[in-house]
Design a binder for this molecule. Structure first.
Ligand code: PGA
Length: 241
């Protein structure tokens, strides 16, 4: 596990982008695993800026997002498809036909989970962007999710609901359920790019890197992956010194 601590938010975005760019340079038709949340926004800003200034193309790129809320209309600003379109897809030249996000509006949720798992089983994600929850979750795999899980529906913990309330007009508007890529599927990516910023992540980051490998901290499984880059800001790294 390679751990890098960024000095500024700009550097955080630049360091994360450098990891994506290495993969893109090697294979312009690579498959990116993408994440939502506030943490990857500096990365997406760098991708957009680089696309604009240097013309890096995503025309041949395929992407898989980690998760989506259940029941939120696609055009709701906090649906993850809206988030991704606003923060990244509309700012680069990716072909929207190559973008994959679980459909949280599917009438048959188990069939939708099976569809997404099947797509992932036939893909090879070259680099998967990840964030970490204050409780150690990765994507919406909450504590005690089996490490070999595939795409499934989750009922969000109270902690995740209250963490995400800042994006909505109050806690009651936060969806209670989501579809998430499973930990087993995340782990299959060739490279994992874990991003964490803010002091509310310091404890989870410590447990991910130094703690016991246990489903009670889903991110601790990263210790077993052969190629992980962790990019932290100083606050998220505070307990590692
Ligand atoms: P955040 O979410 O980037 O909004 O902090 C990360 C996560 O909960 O996985």
């Amino acid at each position: 596990m390679k751990i890098i601590v960024a000095n500024t938010e700009k550097e955080f975005g630049e360091l994360a982008f450098a990891e994506i760019k290495k993969v893109l340079d090697k294979n312009p038709a690579c498959t990116l695993g993408l994440a939502t949340g506030s943490t990857p926004i500096p990365l997406y800003d760098e991708m957009a800026k680089d696309h604009q200034q240097n013309g890096t193309s995503y025309k041949q790129v395929h992407s898989f997002n980690l998760d989506e809320y259940v029941g939120l209309p696609k055009e709701h600003p906090e649906s993850y498809i809206s988030f991704m379109t606003r923060n990244l897809f509309s700012r680069i030249d990716i072909d929207m036909r190559n973008v994959n996000i679980p459909n949280g509006l599917a009438s048959d949720i188990p069939t939708e989970c099976a569809r997404y798992s099947d797509l992932l089983a036939h893909a090879q994600v070259d680099i998967q962007v990840l964030g970490i929850g204050g409780n150690g979750h990765i994507a919406f795999n909450e504590p005690n999710t089996p490490f070999d899980s595939t795409t499934h529906q989750v009922f969000l913990t109270q902690k995740t609901i209250s963490d995400n309330a800042r994006f909505f007009n109050g806690i009651d508007e936060v969806p209670k359920s989501a579809l998430t890529m499973g930990i087993g599927e995340i782990f299959k990516a060739k490279k994992l790019l874990m991003l964490a910023s803010g002091k509310n992540k310091a404890d989870a980051v410590y447990r991910m890197i130094r703690g016991e490998i246990t489903p009670s901290c889903p991110a601790s499984i990263l210790q077993n992956h052969p190629d992980v880059v962790v990019i932290l800001d100083k606050d998220a790294a505070a307990l590692l010194v």
